[in-house]
Design a protein around this ligand. Sequence first.
Ligand code: TXA
Ligand code: MG
Length: 337
Amino acid sequence: MPEGDASTRADLDARAGEIESAVRILRAGGLVAIPTETVYGLAADASNPAALRRLYEVKGRPLGHPVIVHIAGIEALPHWAARVSEDARRLAETCWPGPLTLVLPRTSAAVDEVTGGLDTVGLRVPNHPLALALLRAFEGGLAAPSANRFGRVSPTTAEDVRADLGSDVDLVLDGGPCGVGVESTIVDCSEEGAPPVILRPGGLTAERIEAILGHPVRQTSEGPSRAPGMLPAHYAPHARVLVVEDLEAARAEATARVAAGERAGLLTAAAMTAPSGVMALVAGATAEAYATTLYDRLREADRLGLDVLVVVPPAAVGVGVAVRDRLARAAAGSARG
Ligand code: TXA
Ligand code: MG
């Protein structure tokens, strides 16, 4: 549990007043930033269309993009989902609370402002004591996209949220740094009789999903209409991101950037001596550690005023798949300036 987390009963009791304020703000149609184990979310009452429109406005997110509804537990599923397949139920029972979003056929409780007009709804139970305490006290669903402006890097601390959204958010619940560091895995279980499809790789690995289900799942990047987080250009810092698989090639690229007069950084899994004139940034030796620190390192590139960040990605196994996905999108986003 990250430091500063409300991880014990006593911590939560001490913050009961804060949770009460959050509930009051949400019931009045306001916006509250909430910690989750993946990234911070910007929460609004999922049953209040006016609050949802304000949420889109603050994020600068185009209308018609669906948002994830956060719920307190599996018992809230029937309210939002018209049909829950056996695979979906098994995943929910095993992985919630946790970094899993299930896409399921919706009930009429899921309004168009939540679903973007789709006939499905994305649902997840976040694994963070403060978020869970808020959801229980709120007694309803909270629509919460990541608490960043559209297309930018997702926030992993309360400070990140304040820096990006400022006074546009009515309250920020500080739950410490996010442990997982990349968004939830989105699994589409909406099609009757068809095997689940991973729409977005995330904190829950495909290997784990397949082990739980006992059969393979498909992975797709079907594109913008299904999952806007899947836009090719997303999660981008101001610095240009260049992904280079090989460490020696990455060192050479960074050196060439410096020679060309640019401020260049080199992001690698483990600490190393950077070539002269290149800023060394370190992500973490395991895929999990890489994921936890990824967004902060992208933000660090901006704090350092880098023109370009050369990145050596982790291997494409486990949560490394999600890290590589976000890096590819950051690279596509920064390529467009
Ligand atoms: O870890 C997370 O999932 C974080 C935290 C705050 O929970 N939330 C997050 O939300 O990443 P956001 O809005 O940044 O990304 C939500 C993704 C989008 O790509 C959206 O298209 C997809 O979920 N999504 C939501 N409902 C969907 C649906 N019914 N069908 C397909 N995709 C859906
Ligand atoms: Mg997002």
